[in-house]
Design a protein around this ligand. Structure first.
Ligand SMILES: O=C(O)c1ccccc1NCC(=O)[C@H](O)[C@H](O)COP(=O)(O)O
Length: 203
């Protein structure tokens, strides 16, 4: 079956980042609203989400903030989706869905098996041990565990390995940050464009 990989470019910080990712066909854009070299304020994120056309998902990314804080910041940023990292519960996912957001729930690739179950989220994101670190891992090792799920592979992806990662893992899509940067926190337009092309050619 020839389907379209869902591709999220994460850690966008400038209007040019957004313009390039949208022009390249990104399915989702991530804005980091938590402590990180890529952190931007909800108010700044609002100026960027205003540039995003309908049909492209806008995602606020959180590390371990409680859901009330995440929802408040996400509303200020004007996003439609919330991505939750950290140790979470089904009740937290339900609270974010009830607030009207779509949810990406991020888990480490070495999480206990029950964390790979479906808790109501729209996508599971299976990541390296440290989010946003650029560390790669054996993407094939969760293939069986995540089979049948809507899920995104992440962690150490780049133009060079995204096609293989999608094929090996069986993921529905891919998420990247470090692999499309010229230096930490600074996106490279040519790498964004090339990554989107490589990922969308795969599935
Ligand atoms: O990117 C960050 O700095 C970050 C900080 C705290 C929580 C999550 C973060 N990023 C989440 C992402 O969706 C990244 O794109 C994903 O972890 C992959 O990152 P990378 O290995 O750099 O491609």
């Amino acid at each position: 079956m020839n389907t379209h990989a869902f591709v999220k470019i994460c850690g966008l910080a400038t209007a040019n980042d957004v313009t390039v990712a949208v022009a390249g066909g990104a399915d989702a854009l991530g804005f980091v609203l938590t402590s990180s070299a890529r952190e931007i304020s909800p108010a700044h994120a609002a100026t960027l989400t205003a540039l995003v056309p309908a049909g492209v998902a806008t995602v606020a990314v959180f590390r371990s903030e409680d859901t009330t804080t995440a929802i408040t910041r996400a509303r200020e940023a004007g996003v439609g989706w919330i991505q939750l990292h950290g140790t979470r519960t089904p009740a937290e996912v339900a609270a974010v869905l009830e607030a009207g957001f779509k949810v990406i729930r991020a888990v480490r690739m070495d999480s206990p098996a029950e964390h790979f179950e479906h808790w109501g989220e729209d996508f599971l994101l299976i990541d390296a041990a440290v989010p946003g670190s650029g560390e790669s891992w054996d993407y094939s090792k969760v293939r069986t565990l995540a089979a049948g799920r809507n899920w995104l592979v992440a962690g150490g992806l780049s133009v060079a390995n995204v096609a293989a990662a999608l094929a090996e893992s069986g993921a529905s899509g891919a998420d990247v940050s470090s692999g499309v940067e010229s230096s930490r926190g600074v996106k490279d337009p040519a790498l964004i464009t090339a990554f989107l092309k490589a990922a969308h050619q795969q599935l």
